[in-house]
Design a protein around this ligand. Structure first.
Ligand code: DGL
Length: 270
């Protein structure tokens, strides 16, 4: 079991932000990634649809005999919290690790949370932060255009469309005087540089992909599930739509030196 792969899924490319960090922290682990590019975005869908999709995604990973499932998706983590109890292997979403990191970082106790509409409507991040510190002000904002921007490759920090969209969504969050912003959707770290250019260096951006990778490493260690192999791990990527768009952004985002294969699968079979 120790040498089985780690399973990671997202509605599309966003979960790569967790994969990138996992590869940095745990370079010898094998990773199986599923991006549901044929059904992205999840964040504008009903809770029952998101739960059904999430279970199919997890089942696909379990077919690959993964030792852990990571829902590298703010939307699934917010809406389908049942996964934790329904899977036969350790599981984590992105909400808890990210909230803990943000609460530690804020100095003025004002945190912004940005995410998909489903995530923001669930108030998952706000409620968890308030469960351990009610005095923290949480300013929530959904940014429904960010996921399509990233999936379409508008990820350059100097792209005027990306910049304008960020400015429009983040204006109320910045007006509230937050010193920390949770990137509550795993797609958002892909445009982290563009977000930072708008909000300025003094505002700390909490990367849900990164915090989740750190937390997943901790869970694997606690369960004695870290690989004992010494060679570099392999990554396999699966998508539910044509791999071309995924391949382009994945290469830019993960770096050229990441050896990988991308294959299209039919997720409705799971
Ligand atoms: N990366 C997903 C998230 O973290 C995007 C959800 C969507 O597809 O709308 O929420």
């Amino acid at each position: 079991m120790k040498n089985a792969p780690i399973g990671v899924f997202d509605s599309g490319l966003g979960g790569l932000t967790a994969v990138r960090q996992l590869r940095r922290i745990l370079p010898n682990e094998d990773i199986v990634y599923f991006g549901d590019t044929g059904r992205v975005p999840y964040g504008t869908r009903s809770n029952s649809t998101i739960k059904r999709y999430a279970m199919q995604d997890a089942k696909f990973l379990l077919k690959h005999k993964v030792k852990m499932v990571i829902a590298a998706c703010g939307t699934v983590s917010s809406v389908a919290s049942n996964l934790k109890n329904d899977l036969p292997v350790p599981y984590t979403g992105v909400v808890s690790p990210t909230c803990f990191a943000a609460a530690k970082k804020t100095k003025n106790k004002k945190i912004g949370v940005i995410g998909t509409s489903a995530t923001i409507n669930s108030h998952s991040y706000r409620d968890l932060i308030h469960s351990f510190d009610e005095s923290i002000e949480v300013v929530e904002q959904d940014c429904p255009l960010f996921v399509p921007l990233v999936e379409s490759g508008f990820i350059d920090k100097d792209d005027p469309i990306t910049r304008l969209t960020i400015e429009r969504y983040l204006e109320p969050v910045m007006k509230a005087g937050v010193d920390t912003i949770i990137l509550g959707c795993t797609h958002y770290p892909i445009i982290k540089k563009a977000i930072s250019a708008v909000v300025g260096d003094s505002v700390k951006l909490i990367d849900s992909g990164k915090e989740t990778a750190i937390y997943a490493a901790k869970i694997l260690k606690e369960n004695d599930l870290l690989t004992d192999r010494t060679a570099k791990g392999k990554s396999e990527f699966y998508v539910s739509d044509t791999p071309d768009g995924f391949e382009n952004v994945a290469t830019v985002f993960l770096g050229d030196n990441v050896e990988h294969t991308v294959e299209q699968i039919n997720i409705e079979l799971y």
